[in-house]
Design a binder for this molecule. Structure first.
Ligand code: ZN
Length: 68
């Protein structure tokens, strides 16, 4: 698989992910829709589509490109 190229400066990008370390370490996820508060869990997440985020980072300028 060819390396991703930075759309800002044309340098190679390295694939990684965003860490959510608020409670236990886990990848940050994309959640469908606007955030809605829930009394029990903080935010309502039931029945929403969710995908872990891949983040490509440019080695030269630090630009991040996110994929879910
Ligand atoms: Zn760049």
């Amino acid at each position: 698989m060819p390396a991703m190229i930075c759309p800002k400066c044309g340098s190679p990008m390295t694939t990684g992910f965003l860490l959510d370390s608020a409670q236990s370490p886990k990848p940050t996820e994309w959640i469908e829709g606007a955030p809605e508060k829930s009394f029990w869990t903080g935010l309502k997440l039931d029945r929403r589509r969710r995908f872990p985020l891949n983040a490509d980072r440019c080695e030269r300028c630090g630009f991040l490109e996110l994929y879910a």
